[in-house]
Design a protein around this ligand. Structure first.
Ligand SMILES: Nc1ncnc2c1ncn2[C@@H]1O[C@H](COP(=O)(O)OP(=O)(O)OP(=O)(O)O)[C@@H](O)[C@H]1O
Length: 708
């Protein structure tokens, strides 16, 4: 039941600058009434929490196990009902067109109800909240008035109305929305529930059955959308996902640290967040201590390796050459080799997992024995079949014909036994490719092997050939463009019976095997039917900066169009040449200038430049952090290796020596893509400082930004 408003509300625009309280905010003014509703909602939330805290479960739980489970659920509920001081309880209000009575909903991060159970705040994920994000004058969706609230330090200080019933009134950019989006960045990533845009909301609320792939330019909100989609799905399908699980996969640990607080802020505390590498090492138990050269990594990540592994697993299966003779009492039952072979071939043809087939084989052989017994006039039952399956003769057949496969040992053999690899990759890999992936010095065993990240994925694939990997209910895969086909398969296994949200940008692919087309990636993931959506409206990067970075697009991703930007921020780009011997000092200057402003500062540089820059910053007395570490008012500067910049953002970015960033990569296209990533991390301003000539695509053309 929506809360009813006895006083018929009159829609009214304040249109005053966000943050101001305006003149209408007298004691009985609308702002005061909204504050009163906030206070009442807070009290109601407190009461909800106290109700749960007061629950006495001693009567209802028959044993201590139940009691413990119930207590855990209660504790989680109490935690979920906390009133977080920095997080406003509601951020919006919808007044529906009276039909027949007016109805009003306050939209917030969680559901709050009064003592009668009537809602005081509705969860943003509830169906009634959807028009808050999607309704427009063209399509009001039953909404008469949409109100957005502005907060300052937890205080409700402003509101802003849109009358959706008047199609004549022109759409205006909401000042509160703009203020929220343009708020300086300090700490880790924040949720965007108050300002999700219609095109983003469509993706967030896609049904759980559908896999969605989002291609989006830097800063279009892919990560934000993916995280809010998990929160939405958990709300809409709580029980199902509690059973099957959800997972968020990101490119590296510093990125995960950057995003880790978004879901908890939305009340979702149980979503696992990991990298592909941690996912497969966790599943296989191998430790990654080695690296591959790019060519070896490319081949190991190629989808052809899936077939090589499939063959290698099957290669262990030998055709029986001896009959199986089972002795029971005074009788001997003989299954000839050719009949055993038929059983083996039938199991192979069924394409079931190696381990499952190995478990089925003794029963099949026993069944053949039972058929003979029946033909001889006996009447054996299931227990006899089980007993036969356990006889030494049948066990010996299984051992000889269908040996157990240890996934890591199998991969170790493939990478160290040239003849074995040649046999299993016949017609799939070339001699050079085989040479590229064979270990020069084979390790002694699985434990001493210096496994690479790509090896761990191969072992994970082999493990799945032996035993099916359990599938989760939903997987969000961020920065997907960097995955190899074999990595896509590893992720695909984890959502084989669930769905996925695949997020990425082809222009930001910086691995040698980076995705060339989403259709191909989705087929490796096992979701070829997924819809590909495009986001082009940028929320991070100021217009001048994104158009500067977009000069690289024809060289790195010719098919993609330039993103737009909602940030005007004139003067946001500075390109500053420096003499070689003055480069470090110029970079330090640029950092100081950035630190003089509000917000976080990221100094992005090629790996090779890090020692010199660390020294220069230390000498200048500028404390700095590593990516992913939490910034605070004292230390707002992070020194970011270009290779870790992906997915992150800083209010002000100082980019050191673009040419060095390009040179740090094995080929020019990858180098320019790395540069594109680095150029698109800034929220408010970018200063490019260089001594070497700028890479050609940046140097050319007019409007290269102001010089400082
Ligand atoms: N609707 C929105 N309201 C407010 N802020 C938004 C909105 N959408 C995105 N943002 C903000 O814009 C910034 C960029 O979003 P996000 O990191 O999700 O983009 P991305 O597409 O993943 O970028 P990249 O490709 O660089 O990884 C973030 O600070 C995010 O909070």
């Amino acid at each position: 039941m929506p809360s009813r408003t006895p006083d018929q509300h009159t829609a009214h625009r304040t249109d005053r600058p966000a943050g101001s309280t305006g003149q209408s905010a007298g004691p009985a003014g609308p702002l005061e009434r909204e504050r009163a509703h906030l206070a009442a909602s807070r009290a109601a939330l407190r009461a909800m929490r106290e109700d749960v805290e007061a629950l006495d479960i001693s009567d209802v739980t028959a044993n201590w196990v139940n009691a413990e489970v119930l207590q855990r659920q209660i504790d989680a509920r109490i935690e979920a009902l906390a009133d977080l001081s920095g997080t406003p309880l509601f951020f919006g209000r919808l007044d529906l067109v009276p039909d027949p009575e007016p109805a009003r909903y306050y939209i917030g991060r969680r559901h709050v109800h009064d003592a009668d159970g009537d809602p005081m705040v509705v969860d943003w994920r509830a169906p009634v909240s959807q028009p808050f994000y999607r309704a427009s004058r063209k399509d009001p969706q039953g909404v008469g008035l949409r109100r957005r609230f502005g907060y300052t330090g937890g205080e409700l200080t402003a509101y802003e109305d849109e009358d959706l019933t008047d199609p004549e009134e022109t759409e205006q950019v909401s000042a509160l929305l703009k203020r929220e989006i343009e708020r300086p960045r300090v700490g880790p990533m924040r949720d965007i529930v108050a300002t999700i845009q219609p095109e983003q909301d469509e993706i967030v609320r896609t049904g759980i059955e559908g896999t969605v792939c989002v291609q989006g330019a830097p800063g279009t909100g892919k990560t934000a959308v993916g995280l809010h989609r998990v929160a939405y799905l958990l709300y809409a399908h709580r029980e199902r996902l509690a059973r099957t699980g959800t997972l968020v996969i990101g490119p590296n640990r510093s990125f995960l640290r950057y995003i880790e607080q978004v879901l908890p802020a939305l009340g979702e505390l149980a979503v696992r967040q990991t990298t592909v590498e941690d996912l497969v090492t966790g599943a296989t138990g191998v430790e990654v201590r080695g690296t591959d050269d790019p060519e070896a990594a490319r081949i190991k990540g190629d989808a052809r390796m899936a077939e090589v592994l499939r063959r290698a697993v099957r290669a262990g299966v030998a055709m029986p050459t001896e009959p199986c003779v089972v002795v029971r009492g005074s009788r001997r039952w003989r299954i000839p080799a050719h009949e055993l072979e038929e059983i083996v071939r039938e199991l192979l043809d069924r394409g079931i997992r190696h381990g499952a087939a190995r478990e089925a084989l003794p029963q099949r052989v026993a069944h053949a024995v039972l058929t003979r017994m029946e033909r001889a006039g006996e009447a054996p039952d299931d227990r006899v079949q089980d007993a036969v399956a356990r006889t030494p003769a049948v066990k010996a057949v299984v051992k000889a014909v269908w040996p157990e496969v240890d996934p890591a040992k199998l991969v170790l053999r493939l990478l160290s036994d040239a003849a074995f690899l040649a046999e299993q990759s016949e017609g799939l890999l070339t001699d050079e490719e085989r040479k590229a992936i064979l270990w020069a010095k084979p390790p002694r065993g699985v434990r001493s092997a210096r496994w690479s990240a790509a090896d761990a994925v191969l072992i994970d694939e082999a493990a799945d050939l032996v035993r099916r990997t359990p599938s989760l209910g939903h997987v969000v895969l961020d920065e997907a463009q960097d995955l190899s086909p074999m990595q896509y398969r590893a992720v695909g296994r984890r959502c084989a019976t669930g769905s996925a949200t695949v997020l990425g940008d082809l222009a930001q692919g910086t691995t040698p095997w980076a995705t060339a087309s989403w259709a191909e990636a989705l087929s490796h993931l096992g979701k070829p039917e997924a819809a590909v959506e495009e986001l082009t409206r940028g929320f991070r990067v100021p217009r001048e900066v994104i158009s500067y970075a977009s000069r690289l697009l024809p060289h790195i991703a010719p098919g993609l169009s330039e993103a737009t930007s909602i940030r005007e921020a004139a003067g946001s780009l500075r390109v500053r040449p420096a003499a070689v011997e003055e480069l470090d000092a110029a970079v330090v200057d640029a950092c100081r200038a950035a630190l003089a402003k509000e917000g976080s500062v990221g100094l992005i540089a090629a790996d090779a430049r890090l020692p010199a820059l660390t020294e220069a910053l230390d000498a200048a007395g500028l404390p700095h952090l590593v990516p992913g570490a939490e910034t605070d008012a004292g230390t707002r500067l992070t020194l970011v290796p270009a290779r870790l910049a992906k997915g992150l953002e800083y209010d002000h970015v100082v980019l050191d020596e673009p040419a060095a960033v390009v040179d740090g990569e094995p080929d020019e296209r990858t180098g320019l893509r790395r540069l594109y990533v680095a150029l698109t991390r800034a929220v408010s301003g970018l200063a490019v400082v260089h001594a070497a000539p700028l890479p050609e695509p940046l140097a050319g053309g007019a409007g290269g930004g102001g010089s400082a």
